[in-house]
Design a protein around this ligand. Structure first.
Ligand SMILES: C[S@@+](CC[C@H](N)C(=O)[O-])C[C@H]1O[C@@H](n2cnc3c(N)ncnc32)[C@H](O)[C@@H]1O
Length: 304
């Protein structure tokens, strides 16, 4: 398990769009969820949100939609930081719990939901568990990441820049050598100039190929900071160490995301996995917003 999700949720984010200014999912995505929660709003019902994070979907159902009849249980393998608005008697969270093996009895659950969640897990294991815990006629509704979506596609570019910065003789390596040469009295002006030229050329190549993605790695910001003459060499070394760590965890996060996301044919394959797990009435539909494709909604019912 990667600890970055625990670190992320401990910062108190409500959903997985860290740069979002809104509190929860909005627009088409939220509207369609609310319509679904309206259907599952039955007394005695049990709705399980898989890979729940800090409970964005449950928050949408209860605090936006006011669908308070069922019991809601959010499951996630991260350590969460649940907001006060979700501390209610009929809402529970099972933290540090892998969704590939679920602590519910057979046929116990009315509906299983997940938003940008189950695709991170081993779907053969998770879907078999979902089928086991759902009662006959129980509903499954998930939104999965798509490789071509406005959320995921830019991250392939960022990942390429991260890998390029982590290579030997990368622009990052040239920058470290330049900073070190500038503080080393034994280095001549010519030594420094040749590293500077190498750095300019390497950064130029990255900018021309991946301009926005390069900004998203914060490399330009790092460059500006470590080239400041009034920052000590010791401090610059510490800044490089921090940046290396950030780059590493950013790379892990993005490779998890790009691996979890499905392309069009992989989404179709999911349909056959559902059939194998006793699901019927399976529908797939793409969800879009002003940015373009956001993900695919998969809805199904467990055979009665
Ligand atoms: C993109 S976040 C989505 C969170 C939430 N559904 C939302 O929309 O805000 C993905 C979540 O999946 C969780 N996750 C990934 N693999 C998991 C697994 N095998 N078991 C449980 N949780 C998992 C992560 O910890 C993370 O919280």
């Amino acid at each position: 398990m990667n600890s970055y999700w625990s670190e992320y949720w401990q910062q108190g984010h409500v959903n997985s769009f860290a740069d979002s200014t809104s509190r929860n999912y909005e627009g088409e995505l939220a509207e369609q969820w609310l319509a679904f929660f309206n259907e599952t709003n039955v007394q005695g019902g049990k709705v399980v949100d898989l890979a729940t994070g800090n409970g964005a979907l449950i928050d949408l159902a209860v605090n936006v939609g006011n669908f308070c009849e069922p019991e809601y249980i959010g499951v996630d393998y991260a350590t969460l930081k649940i907001g006060d608005s979700l501390k209610q008697p009929k809402i529970n969270f099972l933290q540090e719990q892998n969704i590939e093996s679920l602590p519910f009895k057979d046929n116990e659950v009315t509906a299983v939901v997940s938003q940008f969640g189950i695709e991170y897990s081993n779907l053969d294991l998770t879907l078999s568990e979902v089928s086991r815990i759902l009662r006959p006629g129980g509903k499954l509704r998930v939104v999965v990441h798509r490789k071509e979506s406005a959320i995921v596609a830019p991250n392939f570019q960022i990942l390429k820049v991260i890998r390029a910065l982590q290579e030997e003789k990368s622009p990052l390596d040239a920058l470290k050598r330049l900073v070190s040469a500038l503080s080393n009295a034994k280095k001549t002006a010519q030594d420094r100039e040749s590293i500077r030229l190498e750095l300019n050329e390497k950064v130029g190549n990255l900018v021309s190929e991946y301009q926005q993605a390069l900004y998203d790695t914060n490399f330009p910001k790092l460059l500006k900071t470590v080239m400041k003459p009034n920052v000590s060499f010791e401090r610059k070394k510490a800044i490089f160490e921090e940046y290396d760590k950030e780059l590493e965890s950013h790379g892990v996060r993005l490779s998890d995301l790009t691996n979890a996301a499905r392309d069009a044919s992989e989404v179709t394959l999911l349909k056959s996995k559902l059939v194998c797990n006793d699901f019927v009435d399976i529908t797939l539909s793409d969800v879009t917003d002003k940015r373009g494709l956001i993900g695919t909604i998969i809805q199904a019912e467990k055979k009665k």
